[in-house]
Design a protein around this ligand. Structure first.
Ligand code: ACM
Length: 267
């Protein structure tokens, strides 16, 4: 199957512009699964709650996800995207998996980074895997985690133990460790990982952040199938065989899951 990422710069506070941008960058592209960055509808650096109110949405009825649904239906594909989600009075740093038939699965970031704690409620849902199927792939288990979740190896491990073959990882990284560390997340779990990181700078309320780009796709051997550039918009798709992630042997006598000694991991 063809799976990869779209690396770009979401415009802060401009969900309609951002959905238009996604639509135009994916025009004429053919893929089965594409991952977009974290908070792709809203941008990242908030300084006031009113900014969140303005650009967040309900994933099931919102306009940004509505646009993603249209793209998925037109192309018979799947999109995973970061989303600034509103649920009543609470905001979540979420990720959605959009199916060609319009279904939507939601994950809410569990490990909030730095000032995100000021704006977002921490994720309150189980890490889950979801099956996706297309013309030449069936029941491929995919999981979602968001940006800083990478530094807690339990996140990717839990998804892998639940059967994830591909971990989709929308990101707004500001440090450069993650792109290197995804080698370990992919290898230790024998899964494909797709980290879609944003590019560009944001300044707001006296703060400034530069996002590091360099989105990466890895296979279950920990090999980099694609490394994006630091500062350019980039679309990258690789042909992968998700069944490679079903084999958990690293040596003929070592199986990553069967050899776990969970009785010694208790605290
Ligand atoms: C991050 O979690 N956005 C660094």
């Amino acid at each position: 199957m063809k799976a990869g990422f779209l690396q770009f710069k979401p415009e802060f506070g401009q969900p309609a512009k951002n959905s238009g941008k996604v639509r135009s960058l994916l025009k004429d592209r053919i893929f089965d699964l594409i991952v977009l960055p974290e908070l792709a509808n809203s941008g990242y650096l908030f300084s006031d709650k009113s900014e969140l109110e303005h650009c967040s949405e309900n994933p099931f009825t919102g306009e940004f996800t509505g646009c993603l649904k249209e793209i998925c239906a037109e192309k018979n594909c799947h999109i995973v995207s970061g989303l600034c989600e509103r649920d009543g009075d609470l905001f979540y740093n979420s990720s959605v998996l959009v199916y060609p038939d319009g279904r939507i699965k939601v994950y809410r970031k569990i490990h909030l980074f730095d000032s995100e704690k000021k704006w977002f409620a921490p994720g309150n849902m189980e890490l889950e895997v979801h099956e996706i199927s297309g013309k030449d792939y069936r029941n491929v288990k995919t999981g979602m985690m968001i940006c800083f979740d990478w530094i807690f190896p339990e996140t990717a491990r839990t998804l892998a133990l639940k059967g994830a073959q591909i971990i989709c990882h929308p990101s707004n990284l500001v440090m450069q460790y993650c792109q290197k560390a995804m080698f370990a997340r992919a290898l230790e779990n024998h899964v494909f990982t797709i980290t879609a990181n944003r590019i560009g700078k944001e300044s707001n309320g006296g703060d400034e952040l530069t996002f590091t780009g360099e989105s990466v796709i890895l296979n279950p051997k920990g090999e980099y199938l694609f490394k994006g550039s630091a500062g350019k918009e980039e679309y990258a798709v690789t042909d992968i065989d998700p069944d490679e992630a079903l084999n958990k042997f690293v040596r003929p006598s070592n199986n990553l899951f069967d050899d776990r000694r969970s009785e010694f991991y208790k605290l």
